[in-house]
Design a protein around this ligand. Sequence first.
Ligand code: FAS
Ligand code: PHB
Length: 393
Amino acid sequence: MRTQVAIIGSGPAGLLLSQLLSLQGIDSVILERRSRAYVEGRIRAGVLEQGSVDLLREAKVDERLNREGLVHDGFGLCFAGRTERIDMKKYAKGSVVVYGQTEITKDMIDARLAAGGKIFYEAECTEIKDFDTDNPSVTFTHDGRSQELKCDYVAGCDGYHGVARRSAPQSVLREFERVYPFGWLGVLSQTPPATEEVTYANHERGFALCSMRSLTRSRYYIQVDTDDAVGAWSDDAFWDELRRRLPDNIAEAMVTGPSIEKSIAPLRSFVAEPLRFGTLFLAGDAAHIVPPTGAKGLNLAAADVRVLSRALIARYRDNDASLLERYSEICLDRIWKAERFSWWLTTVTHRFGADAFGHRIQLSELDYMTKSEAGQTMVAENYIGLPFEAPFA
Ligand code: FAS
Ligand code: PHB
């Protein structure tokens, strides 16, 4: 079997890359180790930067997003018993769109398959060969058989636990990581959101987040210990703890209900450098992880694909490999700025043990950032997504 671009992983990065290449007549094959149902059932991100919305529009997969996405011009920060608003429209002339990653994944899978796109589910990539030559190939197991996919390029869109980064020469690969001493317990419920906009809470009991997927479906999170277990949390226990961490006016208005999904995600900051190894490119969570506090994970994956798709199109259409050569440098500039913002928002909103001094510093920083024009501007411009530089604007 042969294609131009072998894509490992049918998460947002792999699907979006395949769709953008296909619209330019470039052939790709996606290898996905999980089933389609599993991939479509994952509950993950919820906030899209305008740049991600623009790219989904370019990929012609934005029809339902335009119809169902919720445009938010700001978000809330609760601390010291009060709620302040970050006004993104005023301070960064921008907004975000709330629309679940789950829906984006479904929309892109539908689009790829409708266009005859080749996605092999339950096809685990086990080895990436000869990516330091012009004839790389990917070995994968599908239908109980080991098979080989020959290609020109390999896009490692296989997430943090994938095979692509592990295949990189360890003498070249550098990894930077910070693991946080807590996780997020998330609940999805068929209930109207408690807040009009995404709202983050710094409370001495721990962090909480009020988000949503629509006007009838809510997404909530609370900070939990790394050794906590989902089974230890009944729905009632979750709702009680969530409301304890929120201002009275939000807690009292909250409509609770049975959890549709309940899961714990660990929090880490992680970056791999470089992102290119010959004809192998890392994109999305395969290359980096951010704590979800800044709502950057999915958006960084889209930003990588924005660069990689344009670089591959230039290569095939104009025989111009210059953007492929610069892929790592261009993406890492944006990645590290998103890592900084996600790390910062995590450090000022989460409880770090019994550090009373640290909690006072957090409250002081949040008070300063929400009252200062410079502070509002820093937070707003990072949350909506920093502007892309030419030729990626
Ligand atoms: P993904 O991990 O989505 O996709 C990689 C795909 O590769 C998977 O389908 C996997 O099965 C497949 N794969 C792996 N190894 C393979 C192999 N050897 N062969 C074939 N296929 C293979 N981001 C936010 O912005 N906000 C959030 O609230 C948020 N919550 C999250 C919660 C959880 C539990 C997790 C894990 C992530 C969360 N994220 C969040 C980040 C998330 O949205 C990612 O940024 C996003 O899924 C990145 O997309 P991809 O890079 O495509 O990776
Ligand atoms: C979500 O809606 O899942 C969400 C929103 C904002 C975040 C993280 C997750 O920072």
